[in-house]
Design a protein around this ligand. Structure first.
Ligand code: PXL
Length: 278
């Protein structure tokens, strides 16, 4: 029989971006670019292009949970991530479903929680009252959480402007229950570099990279978290996976491109340069 052994499998629990820049579309292409089989449990469908979000249709919570059960019971999941979760009811259903199938800290499958609150245009992707559900239900289940500085402010009320405040935020976020915290420094725009801070409750590790000159950063957080999730699916430790993710997002920012009248996406298309050229 023709074929090959199945690759490792990663699941994204996230929203759809009709413009293809962010959300589950970014996650699935990042899984593919990392040689991992990608699966999705869709939480919401956004009506979106490069300029912004003009509509959101939420998926019924029981349908979100059913997608998780369907893929976990048959195909299996080596690592999972969450993105746009939309409502407290959807988050409650996800928390129960991941516990039932062994994803997250109550099981053995690594879970990356990217606490998505708004699009880069400021359009809300999470109802206001749902941030409490992310804090209370998703953080304690997370192997790793990956907030940017806007999300840090919404989650714990700390307005990070210095490296010391970044450490303080990591400490406070860790107390909410995740095994690891990655406080991303990309939104510290005065910093000529881009320093992310990784913390496991004991040790701080700073990961510093260049700050690239581009406005096309749509889907950057999703791509980073999905690259980390891919590495976890392949058995990497969290620090190894985060290092891989950082390298992957740097190359994907370098390969970002303009699209429409607004903000273009970061892109993992560079992995195919040898096949298709640039
Ligand atoms: O990049 C965060 C994000 C996640 N999920 C969806 C999005 C966005 C940003 O726009 O649209 C569906």
């Amino acid at each position: 029989m023709t074929g090959r052994p199945a690759p490792k499998k990663a699941l994204t629990i996230a929203g759809s971006d009709s413009g293809g820049g962010a959300g589950l579309q970014a996650d699935l292409r990042t899984f593919f670019a990392n040689g991992v089989h990608g699966m999705s449990a869709v939480t919401a469908v956004t009506v979106q292009n490069s300029v912004g979000v003009t509509g959101v249709a939420e998926i019924p919570p029981e349908t979100v949970a059913a997608q998780i059960h369907a893929v976990a019971s048959d195909i299996g999941v080596d690592a999972a991530k969450t993105g746009m979760l939309a409502t407290a009811e959807i988050i409650t259903a996800i928390a129960k479903a991941v516990d039932e199938v062994g994803i997250g800290r109550n099981g053995s499958v690594p879970l990356v929680v990217d606490p998505v609150a708004a699009s880069m245009h400021g359009d809300p992707l999470l109802r206001e009252e749902a941030m409490e559900a992310i804090r209370g239900l998703m953080f304690p289940r997370a192997t790793l959480v990956t907030p940017n500085l806007d999300e840090v402010r919404l989650l714990v009320g700390i307005d990070v402007r210095t490296r010391e405040q970044q450490r303080e935020a990591a400490r406070v976020l860790h107390e909410l229950g995740p095994q690891w915290v990655l406080v991303k420094g990309g939104h510290m725009r005065d910093d000529p570099e881009c320093t992310d801070l990784l913390f496991d409750g004991t040790t701080f590790t700073e990961l510093t990279g260049p700050r690239y000159d581009t406005d096309n950063t749509h889907g950057g957080g999703d791509t980073l978290a999905a690259a980390i999730t891919s590495a976890l699916a392949k058995g990497a430790s969290v620090p190894e996976a985060v290092r891989h993710g950082k390298q992957f997002i740097e190359r994907s920012v370098q390969a970002s491109y303009p699209l429409g009248a607004g903000v273009g996406p970061v892109s993992p298309l560079w992995v195919l340069d040898d096949v298709h050229g640039r």
